[in-house]
Design a binder for this molecule. Structure first.
Ligand code: SAH
Ligand code: SF4
Ligand code: F3S
Length: 485
């Protein structure tokens, strides 16, 4: 009888919500396979990286993090290093070193090549075959056992298990998931991207855009509601073009407004979505957002630049004026809607005037939140071949000015809410103070409220409460509990 404890896994996730969703799927699949979550990397038998390569620093971080795990495999307190050949180690009985798997966008992009710089990685997979993770894990375990039987185990196997698919028909959404929070679910409605913004690597690592059939999305949402989920976030690189490739579409028109309405009809309490491309945000979607009570009053609408010349060079297919018009329509239809965006600084050819246009747009919109990025050259994208690169010091100076503007507008937006009443979905306790509940408002703002005397966090986690806003800071609201629904 085998009495050894179940093997355990630890997942490290980088990048966007797609990877967050995929990491919940990876956890679900590994648990079905009999693995248990580990407390830390050091305690895990399998360490999985879900990686991102959207910018250079994300790439570098992975290299550093994976490289540091080499030490786990060659810990002299646990494993004997063989004398003649340094990377070979001989395992003590029952003490196999952990297996390291790299998946996600870097896995997809680099495949086998990844092993040149990270030879101690055991498994490489990509963005189209996450469902293969348990089988790849078993293959790697079998290889390790065979090597052990043969007398010694090679810490970084020359025959690592590598499997990359160029495309996939299945949606990772059809697979078992272990959700981080029982009350929140990511629900992918499209995969891939067809926009090919000139700076962006995502279409190359996530493939062409494909919509999940409407009936599948609605059925999935129904199951989630039955399972007690309170908030669903519909996911796609550009949710607004959802459905243009489905048989229900008339002349390739998107069906996003329709899917939003139908998912809301399942009875979900809160419905959000990410990400929206401004060129595809249709009036009917704004109408559904305004008239459907479950749809959250928050929109992430990446603008990338406020200059028409730069927007054109980025291949974004809208103008500054069209973008500002959308913002006006949204604010007229949904009073109090919170807006966030992404902006890139230092795109090749960006002049001082172009940057001033970006800053002026940010000042005009007064965003609740902005994710600011220094342009990062990604090999293989059209922008990588563009000349007139912006010198790093100038880009950094522009970046710093933009960040200042972002912080002051975020504070202005939060201060406007002092005195208001908000519905807050409590996620748990604040990281800094165990007696402070923290959650998100219907506009997706972080809000803290003190835990009532004698109550415990678990009474509130995953519940929607009513709270009064008393104080505002740049990135969160603070207030007091009025009621629990
Ligand atoms: N599909 C989403 C997310 C794309 S990646 C969207 O279209 O919004 C998230 C953000 O990373 C982008 O919005 C963009 O602002 C930023 N980004 C992408 N490629 C980049 C690059 N090469 N350099 C700097 N920022 C980049
Ligand atoms: Fe990248 Fe543009 Fe697609 Fe977003 S819409 S993933 S920025 S190519
Ligand atoms: Fe990064 Fe891949 Fe998402 S490159 S942003 S994790 S799609």
């Amino acid at each position: 009888m085998n009495t050894s404890p179940a093997p355990s896994y630890y997942i490290k996730t980088f990048g966007c919500q797609m990877n967050k969703h995929d990491s919940e799927v990876a956890a679900g699949l590994l648990e079905v396979e009999g693995l248990q979550p580990a407390e830390s990397e050091a305690a895990a038998d399998l360490i999985v990286f879900l990686t991102c390569c959207v910018r250079e620093n994300a790439d570098e971080r992975l290299q550093g993090q994976v490289a540091s795990l080499k030490a786990l495999k060659t810990n002299p307190e646990k494993y004997r290093l063989s004398e003649e050949d340094e990377p070979r180690i001989e395992c003590g009985a029952g003490q196999a070193p952990p297996l390291i798997a790299v998946g996600g966008c870097i896995g997809q992009r680099d495949g086998e090549k990844l092993l040149e710089s990270l030879p101690h990685v055991d498994i490489v997979f990509g963005t189209h075959n996450i469902e293969r993770l348990p089988a790849l894990y078993q293959q790697a375990v079998a290889k390790r056992e065979a090597a052990e039987l043969a007398g010694s185990y090679v810490a970084w196997q020359p025959d690592a298990t590598v499997e990359i698919e160029e495309d996939s028909d299945s949606f990772a959404a059809d697979l078992p998931t272990a959700r981080e929070h029982p009350w929140h679910a990511w629900l992918p409605i499209t995969q891939g991207c067809d926009n090919f913004c000139t700076y962006c690597i995502v279409p190359y690592v996530r493939g062409r855009e494909k919509s999940r059939p409407m009936a599948d999305v609605v059925e999935h949402a129904r199951q989630l509601v039955a399972d007690g989920v309170l908030e669903i976030t519909l996911l796609g690189q550009n949710v607004n073009s959802y459905g243009h490739d489905l048989p229900e579409s008339v002349n390739g028109a998107p069906l996003f407004a329709e899917i939003l309405r139908r998912v809301a009809e399942t009875g979900i309490k809160r419905l959000g979505f990410a990400t929206s491309h401004p060129k595809d945000l249709l009036p009917e979607t704004i109408e559904v957002m305004a008239t459907t009570p479950a749809v959250m009053h928050h929109l992430h609408l990446p603008v990338q630049s406020g200059s028409n010349a730069v927007l054109d060079a980025m291949g974004r297919n809208y103008t500054r004026e069209q973008y500002l018009d959308l913002v006006a329509q949204l604010r007229a239809a949904i009073p109090g809607i919170t807006l966030s965006t992404d902006m890139i600084v230092g795109f090749p050819g960006e002049t001082d005037d172009d940057f001033e246009d970006s800053l002026a747009l940010a000042e005009e919109v007064v965003y609740d939140q902005m994710f600011t990025f220094l342009y990062s050259k990604r090999e293989g994208t059209p922008a990588a071949a563009m000349t007139h690169e912006v010198p790093a010091d100038i880009a950094q100076e522009r970046f710093n000015r933009l960040v200042e503007c972002v912080q002051s507008s975020a504070r202005i937006c939060n201060e406007r809410l002092v005195g208001s009443t908000q519905e807050v979905l409590i996620e748990g306790s604040s990281k800094r103070d165990a007696h402070m509940l923290t959650g998100r408002t219907f506009g997706s703002k972080v809000m803290h409220v003190p835990l009532p005397e004698g109550a415990c966090i678990d009474d509130f986690a995953g519940r929607i409460v009513t709270a009064h806003v008393e104080e505002a800071s740049t990135w969160f609201l603070r207030g007091s509990l009025l009621d629990r629904t």
